[in-house]
Ligand binder design. Structure first.
Ligand code: NAD
Ligand code: DAU
Length: 339
């Protein structure tokens, strides 16, 4: 049986991936190492926590002792590194943890992988490492011009992983995905924030003029792309993973309000994000030519996502009354409570 070490498996994409791979690959066991930061939530995997192919380790990827112990005890074949600090706005306010986890944490995992040997190290990177593009789309060999502390840290981890392939012959693959959406996303990110605010009749804070463009990828499509790349990708290569759904933020905002039958008056234009990247766009022909493509259409998967938050208040209500509330009031300079 193959052992996958999945880091950050209690977060949004990681938890969807753990569930996806256990379901798709009966010959696979999963070790999930997660620090359980504000974004890590054991409830994301409550349905599989008793699966005997699943083991959870509470640990920090920056801690070489814990990571070394996992490698010695569990002898992973494949490492998939999802663990990261991920929210751009938080990286602008306090970049420290981003540099620590998204660069030094990758280093710790690469060192252990080099020392103990693995058949694959997959670094989950992001389209943000390329920076913004007004027209056209980025290909994998384009230069990286990251512009936030988050994307710069991710670019550091991305290139560090590549350097272990070139220098030490470690089997490394890097994926760069666009904006994911789906169930279990921490409600600080655009779609879950706007859906849950609308459900509570709170304002939807649109940055600037709302015309910034993102490409949207349903999280299950991201998961299927990673499984596909593990099987079919080549070591040393980078793969863009996009959803081919470029939309302005304000278009998404209208779709959410329409789906929920809520009033447009909930839209509130607020101060723009500092250094706000205008548009992300990926050319995904490399991965498409290899044979992968997304399965989900945006309107259907957005509706499914909105409905998930609508029927899972018990998941997001406790989050929005805890750490999130302090973050929200400080960041948006808006009172969170409107009771
Ligand atoms: P998330 O913030 O929801 O989850 C991150 C997880 O990592 C959490 O469970 C957290 O507890 C854990 N973590 C953080 N620091 C850690 C540390 N030092 N040691 C161990 N665990 C730690 O993030 P996400 O949206 O699920 O993103 C997962 C990965 O996918 C990240 O690497 C991100 O850069 C990448 N990515 C995300 C998107 C997206 O749109 N969500 C798009 C492209 C790439
Ligand atoms: O592109 C991939 C990246 O997508 C991932 O690597 C990141 O981890 C993930 O957080 C995401 O980054 P973005 O900054 O694009 O996502 P976010 O949901 O924070 O914002 C999406 C867009 O919506 C962006 O243009 C900013 C805008 N926005 C966001 C928030 C939270 C608003 O207008 N208002 C908001 O309150």
């Amino acid at each position: 049986m193959k052992t996958c070490l999945i880091t950050g498996g209690s977060g949004f994409v990681g938890s969807n991936f753990v569930r996806h791979i256990l379901h798709k690959d009966s010959d696979c066991r999963v070790i999930n190492v997660d620090k359980l930061t504000y974004a890590g939530n054991p409830a994301n995997l409550c349905d599989i926590e008793n699966d005997d192919r699943y083991t959870f380790v509470h640990g920090d990827i920056c801690d070489p002792e814990i990571i070394g112990e996992i490698f010695r005890n569990e002898k992973p074949d494949v490492v998939i590194n999802f663990a990261a600090e991920t929210h751009v706005d938080r990286s602008i306010g306090s970049p420290d943890d981003f540099i620590r986890t998204d660069v030094f944490g990758v280093f710790t995992l690469l060192e252990a992988s080099k020392q103990y040997g693995v058949s694959l190290f997959l670094q989950v990177s992001t389209d943000e490492v390329y920076g913004s593009i007004d027209e056209g789309s980025f290909q994998e060999h384009d230069q990286l011009l990251p512009s936030s502390p988050y994307s710069a840290s991710k670019a550091g981890g991305d290139r560090l992983a590549y350097s272990y392939y070139v220098t030490y012959n470690l089997p490394v693959i890097i994926t760069r995905a666009s904006n994911n959406y789906g169930p279990n996303q921490y409600p600080e990110k655009l779609i879950p924030l706007f859906v849950t605010n609308a459900l509570e009749n709170r304002p939807l804070p649109v940055y600037g003029d709302g015309k910034n463009v993102r490409d949207w990828l349903f999280v299950n499509d991201h998961c299927s792309a990673i499984v596909f790349i593990i099987k079919n990708g080549e070591n040393g290569e980078v793969y863009n993973v996009g959803g081919s759904n470029e939309l302005m933020n304000i278009e998404i905002t209208h779709s959410i309000l329409e789906h929920l039958g809520k009033d447009e008056e909930l839209i509130q234009y607020v101060e723009d994000r500092k250094g706000h990247d205008f548009r992300y766009s990926l050319d995904c022909s490399k991965l498409r030519q290899l044979g992968w493509e997304p399965e989900h259409s945006f309107p259907e998967a957005l509706a499914e996502t909105v409905d998930w938050y609508k029927s899972n208040e018990k998941w997001w209500k406790p989050i929005k009354s805890g750490e999130f509330r302090n973050y929200y009031e400080k960041h948006y300079k808006l009172p969170y409570a409107n009771e």
